[in-house]
Write a protein that binds this ligand. Structure first.
Ligand code: LLP
Length: 421
C-alpha cells in the first residue's frame, strides 16, 4: 500500500500534486511519503506485538536524515553498515542504544567511533572481526555487546546479487562452526555475547526460506545455551520483499512474517530484532522524471527521459522492473503503445524498460517510477557529471526539499588540480 494515487486526473503524493513538486524543484527528483513510511514501519511493529522487539530500519535502503528521523520518532532503531551510516543516524537523532552495526568489513576506526558513541550491538561476521572488536573495546576500557551472524546455508530464492544466506556467500560464519566460534568469542575479554544474527537475502517473496533459517536459529539457540552462552537476543535481518508490479505479485505480509517469527522462535523468550529496509522505504518513494524527446527508431519508439541509470540503477544492475506511470492520468480511451524507456547516459545499459506499454506521451510529459524509495537515491552517482537528484518528503499537504540538487559549481569545485598541471 502507498499514498501515491490519482485524484482528478493527476498523480498525488499524499495531498500534494506531483506536478507541483516538479514545478518547484525541477526534474528528476525522488519524492517520499511520510504516511507510507510510517505505515510500513507500524506493520512490522504490530506484527511483533506481544514479543519484546525492536524494528531496526536498514537505513542503507534510503538514508536521508529526514526519513531516519520520521522513523525514529515512531520508535524505530537503525541497522547501519558503515561509520558514515552510524554518524548519519546519530545526526538524525537516533540514540546509540537503538543502533545495530552490521557488515563484513568493519574497520578498527569504525568500531571505535561506534563504541565511543554508544551502540546496541555489533553483528559480527568473522573471527578476525571479533578479535578486532575485542581489542578496540579493551583499549577503550569497554565491553562490546555482540551477536554473531550465522550463515544458515539456505537458498533465499531471490536475485543472485542480493542472496546472502548460502554457504558460498561472503556473509556470516558457517552455522556448523557456531559452537567453536561462540566459544572463541566468550573467551575474548572485550566482548559480551548477547545473541545470534542471521540475514539470508533481500526481496524474498516466499516465507519458506525464512522459516528454514529461523528453525536452524532456534536449534542453535538451544545448543548454545546448553553450552553456557546467554543467548537472549535474536537479530533476524531484513529481506521481506515488496510488490514491484501492481498486478500479479503478492509477497507475504509483515503480519504473516511476524506470525512465522513467533511460531519458530517465540518459545525461546528472546528479544527479537528485525532489519527491514526495502519494505519500509520501497513503496514509499517515487522517482519523477520528464520526457525530453520521443524518438522513432527502427520498429520502436524511445522515450528519452531526463532521469538515467545514475539516478536509479536497479534496472541496469539487477534487471529490476519498476512500474512507470504518467503523472497526468491517461484518458480512458488512450490506446497504450510500446516504448523503450531510456535515459540520456551514454550506455546501452541506461535502459529502464523495453517495449513497455504506456499511453501516448510527448516531450515535456512527466512520468513516475513506482517502488523507487528503497535502493534508489542511495545508489545514485554523478556518472556523466549528472548532479545527484533532489529528495523531497511529503507529509499531508506539505512538502520539503530534504536534499537539494547540487549546483554544477559544487560538483566541479570538488576536484583539485595538482600544482604540476
Ligand atoms: N540487514 C542486512 C544485514 C542486509 O544486508 C540488508 C540488505 C538488510 C538488512 C535489508 O534488507 P531489505 O529488508 O531491504 O531487503 N541494492 C539491492 C538490495 C541490497 C540489499 C542489501 N542488504 C536492490 O536494489 O535490490
Amino acid at each position: 500500500m502507498d499514498h501515491f494515487l490519482y485524484r482528478d486526473g493527476a498523480l498525488y503524493a499524499e495531498d500534494v500534486p506531483v506536478a507541483d513538486i516538479a514545478a518547484a524543484v525541477g526534474t528528476p527528483f525522488y519524492v517520499y511519503s511520510t504516511a507510507t513510511l510510517l505505515r510500513h514501519y507500524q506493520l512490522f511493529d504490530e506484527a511483533l506485538e506481544g514479543t519484546d522487539h525492536l524494528v531496526c530500519y536498514a537505513m542503507k535502503a534510503a538514508s536521508n536524515q529526514a526519513i531516519l528521523r520520521t522513523l525514529a520518532q515512531a520508535g524505530a532503531g537503525m541497522d547501519v553498515v558503515s561509520v558514515g551510516e552510524y554518524l548519519r543516524a546519530r545526526a538524525a537523532g537516533v540514540p546509540g542504544e537503538k543502533i545495530v552495526f552490521s557488515g563484513v568489513g568493519k574497520t578498527a576506526e569504525e568500531i571505535r567511533v561506534a563504541l565511543e558513541g554508544g551502540i546496541r550491538q555489533f553483528n559480527v561476521e568473522s573471527e578476525p572481526e571479533m578479535e578486532a572488536i575485542s581489542a578496540v573495546a579493551q583499549a577503550l576500557g569497554k565491553v562490546a555487546p555482540i551477536t554473531i551472524r550465522v550463515n544458515p546455508d539456505v537458498d533465499a530464492k531471490t536475485h543472485a546479487k542480493i542472496a546472502t544466506g548460502k554457504s558460498e556467500n561472503k556473509f556470516g560464519i558457517p552455522i556448523a562452526r557456531a559452537s567453536a566460534v561462540y566459544a572463541h568469542a566468550a573467551a575474548l575479554p572485550g566482548l559480551e555475547v548477547v545473541g545470534i544474527d542471521v540475514h539470508i537475502g533481500s526481496q524474498l517473496t516466499d516465507l519458506a526460506p525464512f522459516e528454514a533459517a529461523y528453525l536452524k536459529v532456534a536449534d542453535l539457540t538451544e545448543k548454545l545455551r546448553a553450552e553456557g552462552h546467554d543467548i537472549r537476543r535474536l537479530d533476524l535481518g531484513g529481506g521481506l520483499g515488496i510488490p514491484y508490479t501492481r498486478s500479479n505479485e503478492a509477497p507475504p505480509l509483515p503480519l504473516d512474517y511476524g506470525a512465522l517469527i513467533k511460531r519458530t522462535l517465540g518459545h525461546l523468550g528472546c528479544e527479537i530484532e528485525i532489519e527491514p529496509g526495502r519494505l519500509i522505504a520501497g513503496n514509499a518513494g517515487l522517482m519523477v522524471s520528464k520526457v525530453i524527446y520521443v524518438k522513432s527508431g527502427e520498429g520502436r519508439d524511445f522515450l528519452i527521459l531526463d532521469g538515467a541509470m545514475n539516478d536509479l540503477i536497479r534496472p541496469a544492475m539487477y534487471d529490476a522492473h519498476h512500474d512507470i506511470v504518467p503523472v497526468v492520468e491517461p484518458e480512458p480511451g488512450a490506446e497504450p503503445q510500446p516504448y523503450d524507456i531510456v535515459g540520456p547516459v551514454c550506455e546501452t545499459g541506461d535502459t529502464f524498460a523495453k517495449g513497455r506499454m504506456m499511453p501516448p506521451l510527448a516531450a515535456g510529459d512527466l512520468v513516475a517510477f513506482r517502488s523507487a524509495g528503497a535502493y534508489g537515491a542511495v545508489m545514485s552517482s554523478e556518472y556523466n557529471t549528472r548532479p545527484l537528484i533532489p529528495e523531497i518528503l511529503v507529509n499531508g499537504d506539505q512538502f520539503a526539499v530534504i536534499r537539494a540538487r547540487p549546483s554544477f559549481d559544487e560538483i566541479i569545485n570538488r576536484d583539485t588540480i595538482p600544482s604540476w598541471l
